[in-house]
Design a protein around this ligand. Structure first.
Ligand code: TYD
Length: 198
């Protein structure tokens, strides 16, 4: 596979979308073909309405995220990677492990089992985790949607989950302090990519 798959993760308000955009811009300036994408909605654009509109069980929530991801991988991410395109995704499977697993308490083995089929085993080459104290994340979210209204304890569990995921796979994750300025964080991301970018 010629392309490289990169993801950004973190709590709401951590600045993932801005960093994803700047990263895609950097790669394009290096002459690489880049596709910037995101979850939820990268595979099934209508899924955001379902996820944010209804009170759903955690199980249904996870299966909807997974359905979106299954389409995202098959229709968007893998075809791009096969064409030699670098794919930058604002959220991917780690969001589900952190939010539905650690946050909502669904068993990780079940999440992983569903994920193996949904993602065809596709893992990011690198994942940039924008770490933020939960209090700060909640402050930054101005107009919280249903998922973001889950409160401080939920955000604490999600953050803890992300940190554990990063600890378990140090070669894939780069842990970044999202309280630093946008430019400082982007600098660290770019420096870390030196070895990969031709
Ligand atoms: P978010 O990145 O905020 O999307 P948007 O900018 O389009 O609102 O994602 C929406 C919410 O969905 C966010 O609170 C994180 C949550 N989420 C999960 O709980 N599990 C997942 O697998 C994904 C992809 C997102």
């Amino acid at each position: 596979m010629a392309g490289v798959f990169l993801t950004l993760e973190g709590l709401d308000g951590a600045g993932k979308s801005t960093q994803a955009r700047l990263l895609a811009q950097f790669l394009a300036e290096k002459g690489l073909k880049v596709h910037l994408t995101h979850e939820p909605g990268g595979g099934l654009p209508g899924v955001r309405g379902l996820l944010l509109g209804e009170e759903l069980s955690p199980e249904a929530e996870y299966l909807l995220f997974s359905a979106d991801r299954a389409e995202h991988v098959r229709r968007v991410i893998l075809p791009a990677l096969q064409r030699g395109v670098w794919v930058v995704s604002d959220r991917y499977l780690d969001s589900s492990l952190a939010y539905q697993g650690y946050g909502r308490g669904l068993p990780l083995p079940w999440l992983q089992e569903v994920a193996r089929m949904a993602t065809l085993g596709l893992k990011p080459r690198l994942t940039f985790l924008l770490d933020l104290p939960p209090e700060e994340a909640l402050r930054r979210v101005k107009d919280p949607d249903r998922l973001e209204r889950s409160g401080l304890d939920f955000f604490r569990r999600v953050r803890e989950g992300y940190l554990r995921l990063a600890e378990a796979e140090p070669e894939r994750f780069l842990l970044l302090d999202a309280r630093k300025g946008v430019e400082a964080v982007q600098e660290e991301i770019r420096a870390h990519l030196q070895a990969l970018v031709p």
